[in-house]
Design a protein around this ligand. Structure first.
Ligand SMILES: Cc1cc2nc3c(=O)[nH]c(=O)nc-3n(C[C@H](O)[C@H](O)[C@H](O)COP(=O)(O)OP(=O)(O)OC[C@H]3O[C@@H](n4cnc5c(N)ncnc54)[C@H](O)[C@@H]3O)c2cc1C
Length: 225
């Protein structure tokens, strides 16, 4: 799947399904969940924050992105990462330039020329690479379990995240939606993410306290009926 001008995102491998989440969750109670209840059961696990069963599902993504994006995506310590090395390879020499900005193009061309000049002068790759800007593309594999992917997506699809990183996170959701075996999990996760992004969008203590009170009132009123 294409992302940005020269980026890519692919799901390389995965393990698990909605059924697996349910098996992992129900071992503790020995209660069988009938197929008709899968959707509501998964919804309740996600919304109530019972996320451990989701750790048994894993995903490996191939990501080609500019370094400034990878730097944000790699903050998720619970993922495992293997990245192309610019000590051992010449790197990709592709640059992010969304509006084909002439000045940026010129800068990147100059960087490439300087890189190869330095290499001709027998400088090591690990040294020559320091001339490149943050918009140079790199590539990596990221393996992450579904519990931590929920956390990742919750932050990185948020409007406060930089547009470019957000594009990768949104595309991850698009990819997951293509897998029927995760249809109930993905549906619930999208609601969970929206709820927490909504809560995060309130900045003042007063607003947050009002939300808290509204939720408590709702629960109390419901109990009285
Ligand atoms: C809009 C936005 C702006 C940001 N700006 C900045 C910035 O300016 N500077 C900056 O440095 N970062 C910034 N960040 C990064 C942010 O602070 C987090 O590092 C990033 O979102 C990773 O989140 P995480 O720790 O929940 O994820 P992960 O590292 O994947 O961790 C997942 C969860 O595991 C648990 N966990 C992981 N490690 C530990 C630990 N050591 N101890 C206890 N629990 C742990 C926590 O519950 C954590 O939520 C920004 C993030 C966003 C979304």
């Amino acid at each position: 799947m294409k992302v940005l001008d020269k980026g890519k995102l692919e799901l390389i491998d995965f393990m698990g399904s909605d059924e697996k989440v349910i098996s992992m969750a129900t071992i503790s109670t020995d209660k069988e969940i009938v197929k008709e209840r899968y959707e509501s059961f998964i919804y309740s696990l996600v919304m109530k924050g019972h996320h451990v069963p989701f750790e048994h599902c894993q995903f490996t993504f191939y990501i080609k992105a500019p370094i400034f994006v990878l730097r944000q995506l790699m903050r998720y310590r619970t993922g495992s990462y293997s990245e192309r090395s610019m000590r051992y390879t010449e790197g990709l020499a592709d640059f992010y330039n969304p509006d084909s900005n002439q000045a940026i193009e010129k800068l990147n061309d100059n960087e490439c020329d300087l890189y190869y000049d330095l290499r001709k002068e027998r400088n090591k790759k690990e040294m020559a690479r320091i001339v490149y800007s943050l918009n140079i593309y790199s590539e990596l594999y990221m393996t992450i379990d579904l519990r931590n992917l929920i956390n990742f997506l919750s932050f990185r699809t948020d409007k406060h995240t930089q547009k470019e990183s957000r594009e990768y996170a949104n595309k991850i959701i698009e990819i997951l939606e293509q897998y029927n075996c995760f249809k109930y999990s993905v549906k619930a996760i999208k609601d969970y993410i929206k709820l927490y992004q909504h809560i995060r969008s309130f900045h003042t203590e007063k607003d947050l306290k009002n939300i808290y009170r509204m939720m408590i009132d709702y629960k109390n009123n419901k109990g009285e009926k």
